[in-house]
Design a protein around this ligand. Structure first.
Ligand code: HEM
Length: 141
């Protein structure tokens, strides 16, 4: 259980970093006339991939028994975050022109990130706060 908890706690930093990188690349695309190219697809894909892995680890935590009512809010918000980036990311791939594609992809990552923040807040943490670290310190005392 602990190893999954630490992995879930740590992977969140990668997910947040991937979201930030995607927003920067997609914002540059929004302000230009480029097609929705390979780098744009890659950053959106990397964010979506790390997010999916994070959700799997989260579900594993629940299956292993880490559960209290507030986790329900965390779970629902994070599933909605996955849905937002998956649906808008798919629309971006099928968009008629580059500008529209960047709009969809940027909105997908931005809305998804806001839902992640809400999901993390629902278990009483801010995005960079970790109780996993408190636990490590307590165990080493
Ligand atoms: C369906 C998806 C998810 C489920 C079922 C889930 C489940 C859980 C559970 C059971 C905990 C432990 C709560 C506690 O001990 O207080 C937790 C903690 C946490 N989760 Fe998730 N999670 C999911 C998705 C995500 C996502 C997508 C993120 C963010 C990228 C995330 C970020 C966090 C953070 C930051 C913590 C606190 C870790 C710490 O205090 O060190 N979770 N999650």
């Amino acid at each position: 259980m602990n190893i999954v908890y630490y992995a879930h706690s740590g992977l969140r930093y990668l997910v947040l970093l991937a979201a930030l990188a995607a927003l920067v690349v997609l914002a540059r695309g929004l302000s230009g006339t480029r097609p929705y190219d390979r780098p744009a697809r890659m950053v959106t894909g990397i964010y979506t991939g790390t997010l999916h892995l994070q959700v799997l680890l989260g579900i594993l935590l629940v299956v292993l028994g880490r559960w209290y009512p507030a986790v329900m809010g965390h779970l629902v918000m994070n599933i909605l975050a996955v849905a937002a980036v998956t649906v808008l990311g798919a629309w971006a791939k099928r968009a008629a022109d580059g500008k529209q594609a960047y709009k969809y992809a940027f909105a997908g990552v931005a809305v998804s990130l806001l839902l992640l923040f809400a999901g993390i807040a629902s278990i009483g943490r801010h995005p960079f706060q970790s109780r996993a670290l408190d636990q490590v310190q307590a165990e080493s005392r």
